[in-house]
Design a binder for this molecule. Structure first.
Ligand code: CA2
Length: 148
């Protein structure tokens, strides 16, 4: 009998202040709350039988620890590091230790915004980057994992 196929384990990580989505700056980040985005990701993952773990933290070290744990617990990581995108060598180094797909997502088009948002440390560890498509970008990231 063939061995059962294990469900794809996808870790979706969100950085600082993304828990405030939908409450401020909808013109930049849209009207969806982070809970709405989580629900949409769960709805995408469920029919595929994926095990989706959706998390948010305002703390760099907590994000680093979760990324380290992904070495054992995940088959792919989708990450919106929020402001840490532009500052965190620690998150970059943790992601570089992974040998699974990493998809970087941003709600806004960071290249159309202030100059300090144009550089992402995280992109160096990413298999792909999606930005500017709002909440839909998370689903685009998950869709990219269908074939990975
Ligand atoms: O566009 C994105 O997804 C960002 O990662 C969002 C970060 C920003 O620092 C990055 O440059 C681009 C900011 C997340 C803050 O979220 C807020 C939510 C509601 C109100 C204000 C900020």
């Amino acid at each position: 009998m063939p061995a059962p196929i294990a469900p794809k384990r996808v870790l979706v990580l969100n950085g600082p202040n993304l828990n405030m989505l939908g409450r401020r700056q909808p013109e930049v980040y849209g009207h969806d709350t982070l809970e709405d985005i989580r629900d949409a990701c769960v709805d995408f993952a469920a029919p595929r039988g994926w095990d989706l773990d959706f998390r948010q933290s305002n703390h760099e070290g907590e994000l680093v620890s979760w990324i380290q744990e992904a070495r054992e617990n995940a088959d792919a990581v989708v990450i919106n590091p929020a402001a840490y995108t532009h500052t965190s060598v620690a998150i970059l180094d943790a992601l570089l230790l992974l040998d699974i797909p990493v998809i970087e997502v941003h709600l806004s088009n960071i290249h159309k915004r202030e100059a300090f948002r144009h550089h992402s440390f995280v992109s160096q560890a990413a298999s792909g980057v999606i930005c500017g498509f709002g909440a839909k970008g998370y689903l685009m990231a998950l869709a990219s994992l269908d074939s990975m």
